[in-house]
Design a protein around this ligand. Structure first.
Ligand code: MUC
Ligand code: MG
Length: 390
């Protein structure tokens, strides 16, 4: 009798490309103003013909963190892809261990590749990534919108439109570019306009020093802001803890959280009230789930953060967060809505103040190849078919 030996599915090829997506308006953050978002798309081709999708995205080139779209792509092409090719496609932990041993830092590049492995595995097994993480406990997640036009009146008009369309009722205001007094006045105008129809939080993206932060937090809690995200430099842990202790307003760590080791230290020191969990910053979905476990064990609030990813990265985070028992502060998985164009064949569904988990195996999303080609960096523009007269 001939025994059939199951053939191992291998990782055949890891492909990357940078896609530059224009934003619907200038997105004004303390460190940069974004008019375009550059994402790194990853496609992993497997020996059985299946394909997995991943995305690695940061914000504002190198102004937000230490990885740029170009460095993410180079890390994958030069170091990660050659190491993975020929490896077992179904053993994501083994692949992750290989990558983590060979690549220090570079969490966004690692996340992009790991995401494509989860997507591929889910597609082959016919189950969603959420199922691979134990199953979704909800299929709709509350989703905030960031008001960051740089102008109070425009932000208020945007908030009114989002409330009217029942798309968002939590708004995160990007501050830290102006002086503290002007920022508080700006936030105050928006709080007064929306009243109790929405929850208002702010993100300073590390812009304040600790003295500014004291005035800032006092002013923000006075006008009813619910939470302040990363008010000071990510390295200043003791100072963040003193702000957490010193004010009623909730303090959330974002840039300070680069994976489970940081999470453990912040949790142990009680250095923040809540964690903005980002799969990219954590180094992938698995490490992101560990950050979540640490927050849960320490009784900290959890917020589903974003690096303003497009559809693939947003869907990946959505799958993981859908498995979490309690998302105290909801999510901000609105990335695809910030871009002028959609690169998924079927866009993620935003309805009734929530973003909804897509159906289907893996991440449940497909790329629109024409759109991806159109926005791909370095593409050769189509020759115009117009006649010219000399
Ligand atoms: C950040 O710092 O949280 C998330 C939403 C947004 O507008 O920017 C990001 C980055
Ligand atoms: Mg933030």
């Amino acid at each position: 009798m001939l025994l059939s030996v199951p053939r191992m599915t291998k990782i055949e090829r890891v492909e990357t490309e940078i896609v530059d997506l224009p934003t619907i308006r200038g997105h004004v953050l303390s460190m940069t103003t974004m008019v375009v978002q550059s994402i790194v798309l990853v496609r992993i081709r497997f020996s059985d013909g299946s394909v997995g999708l991943g995305e690695g995205t940061s914000i504002g080139g190198l102004s937000y963190g230490s990885e740029s779209p170009e460095s993410i792509r180079a890390a994958i092409d030069t170091y990660i892809a050659p190491m993975l090719e020929g490896e077992d496609a179904d053993n994501i932990n083994a692949a992750r261990n290989l990558i983590e041993r060979a690549v220090r830092g570079n969490p966004i590049a690692r996340c992009a590749v790991e995401t494509a492995l989860w997507d591929g595995l889910g597609r082959r097994l016919g189950v969603s990534v959420a199922q691979l993480f134990g199953g979704a406990v909800r299929t709709g997640l509350d989703v905030a919108w960031t008001l960051a036009s740089g102008n109070s009146e425009q932000d208020i008009a945007e908030a009114e439109e989002m409330l009217e369309r029942r798309r968002h009722r939590q708004f995160k205001l990007k501050i830290g570019k102006r002086n503290v007094r002007d920022d508080i006045a700006h936030v105050g105008r928006i709080c007064a306009a929306v009243g109790d129809r929405a929850r208002i939080t702010v993100d300073v993206n590390q812009a304040w020093d600790v003295f500014e932060a004291r005035w800032g937090l006092a002013g923000l809690q006075e006008i009813g802001v619910a939470m302040v995200e990363q008010p000071i430099d990510a390295r200043m842990r003791d100072q963040l803890r003193s702000l957490t202790d010193g004010y009623e307003i909730a303090v959330m760590a974002d840039e300070a959280l680069q994976g489970p080791v940081d999470a453990l230290q912040h949790a142990r020191d009680r250095g923040a009230d809540a964690f903005a969990v980002k799969i990219a910053q954590s180094g992938g979905l698995k490490r992101g789930s560990e950050v979540i476990s640490i927050a849960q064990a320490a009784g900290l609030g959890i917020y589903g953060g974003t690096m303003l990813e497009a559809g693939v990265g947003t869907a990946a985070a959505l799958h993981l967060f859908s498995t979490v028992e309690k998302m105290h502060w909801g999510t901000e998985l609105f990335g695809p809505l910030l871009f002028k164009d959609e690169i998924l064949r079927t866009p993620l569904r935003y309805e009734d103040f929530q973003v909804h988990l897509p159906d289907g195996p893996g991440l449940g999303v497909e790329l629109d190849d024409d759109k991806v080609n159109h926005y791909r960096r370095g593409r050769i523009p189509a020759v115009k078919a117009t006649a010219t007269t000399v």
